[in-house]
Design a protein around this ligand. Structure first.
Ligand code: NAG
Ligand code: NAG
Length: 387
């Protein structure tokens, strides 16, 4: 009996202990469950917050992108304005000549003229075996601000009259003739100039003044040779308009461009056969006949102007948004200068576009028209063979 009671007590004790253990475990489980659900809740909250944050970030990044774009556009605008102001200041300085650097620049032009007179003899004897190429652009001078965004100005590059001619715009018929560079820079507008009314309207900026004659490209790609001394039409020739595309992608008004170098006249154009590349032809100044033609590998795309020096064509490229103009393709009819050895030549400092670039072989100057400003570039030359 005693033993039985002992046994029951033991069993009861064991049962109670068991129950306590179960209770204990249940409590632990409940606690764990609580923590798990709390953790779940927190993760959900964190995930939600994270999502929200991400959305906010994306929105802000979008905003930032937009703001960056706006800022860049603003900067571009400001850059262009600064350029304009700079150019305006350069021009004002040339007008009032207070700055010593401008005096030096003025001397540069004057020196150039006298130097050319001294050089003339030597130059003529070397004319046939001219063998120079551009080494760099040594100096620039903003000479004047006259006329619209596009146009062409030049001296008579074949004669020694020293007269300056201005052909403002890309489709007009009045040439302004100034008796000298000094008169041109001193004239407030075109009132000091002699006005010449041409027999027809010109197209583009491909004109040339050579040995008392204006050569201009009119409608239907007619090249007119016009005698400036007695204001009469001396001759004309016609290019087949259907055969041609504009030579310069960035100056589509100029389908055919005329150039002069030490050896005479050249035609820079783009035929349908050699498109999208530029072609070059040698033109007889007397008869306007094409003596010889070459197809170059210089693309018309992004070309803004070109000129010829010693039988080498230099094509100047830019971008649709005016940037730094640069000579980036050359073609030498004598084959001495190859594209690889020609230096990449940047025009100094300016961010602009050249609607015309005319080389004067007597002065080794480029006459440029940049957004209504008339600019001179002085070239530094070297022998073609010494590369
Ligand atoms: C130059 O041409 C532009 C149009 O291209 C014209 O507005 C301007 O009056 C012209 N200036 C002169 C001096 O002929
Ligand atoms: C204009 O002058 C040139 C050279 O002096 C001459 O050959 C030409 O016949 C003249 N033209 C006219 C129409 O007088």
């Amino acid at each position: 009996m005693r033993a039985f009671v002992w046994l029951v007590t033991l069993a009861c004790l064991a049962g109670a202990q068991h129950q306590a253990l179960i209770d204990y475990l249940e409590r632990r489980l409940l606690a764990i469950e609580d923590r798990v659900s709390l953790w779940h809740e927190q993760t959900n909250r964190y995930a939600a917050e994270l999502r929200e944050l991400k959305q906010q970030m994306v929105a802000q990044l979008d905003n930032l992108d937009k703001e960056k774009e706006a800022l860049r556009a603003n900067l571009d605008g400001v850059g262009a304005r600064v350029e304009r102001v700079e150019r305006e200041m350069d021009y004002m300085e040339t007008q009032h000549g207070a700055q010593p650097c401008v005096d030096v620049d003025d001397k540069l032009v004057e020196q150039q003229v006298t130097q050319v007179k001294e050089n003339n003899k030597g130059r003529y004897s070397r004319l046939s075996d001219c063998s120079e190429m551009i080494s760099s652009i040594k100096a620039m001078k903003i000479v004047k601000k006259l006329g619209g965004a596009k146009g062409m100005w030049t001296k008579d590059v074949g004669g020694d009259s020293g007269k300056v001619y201005v052909l403002n715009g890309t489709d007009q018929g009045t040439v302004y003739e100034f008796s000298s560079l000094q008169e041109f820079t001193g004239s407030p507008d075109v009132s000091l100039a002699r006005s010449l009314n041409l027999p027809s309207v010109w197209k583009g900026t491909g004109h040339l003044v050579y040995d008392h004659h204006l050569y201009y490209v009119g409608e239907q790609l007619t090249v007119v040779k016009y005698d400036l001394r007695n204001s009469s039409r001396a001759d004309s020739a016609v290019f087949l308009a259907g055969d041609h595309v504009p030579a310069y992608g960035l100056s589509p008004e100029t389908v055919v461009d005329l150039a002069a170098d030490e050896d005479g006249l050249w035609v820079i154009h783009a035929t349908r056969q050699n498109s999208p590349h530029i072609s070059l032809a040698k033109m007889d100044a007397e008869t306007l006949d094409l003596e010889q033609t070459w197809d170059t590998a210089c693309p018309t795309e992004n070309a803004e102007a070109a000129f010829v020096i010693c039988g080498t064509l230099y094509v100047v490229y830019n971008s649709a948004q005016p940037g730094r103009s640069r000579v980036q393709c050359v073609f030498d009819v004598s084959g001495v200068v190859s594209g690889e050895e020609a230096p990449l030549i940047y025009f100094p400092k300016r961010y602009g576009t050249h609607s015309s670039l005319k080389y004067n072989p007597r002065e080794q100057l480029l006459y440029a028209w940049d957004d209504g400003y008339q600019i001179l570039y002085r070239l530094l030359m070297k022998q073609k063979l010494e590369v």
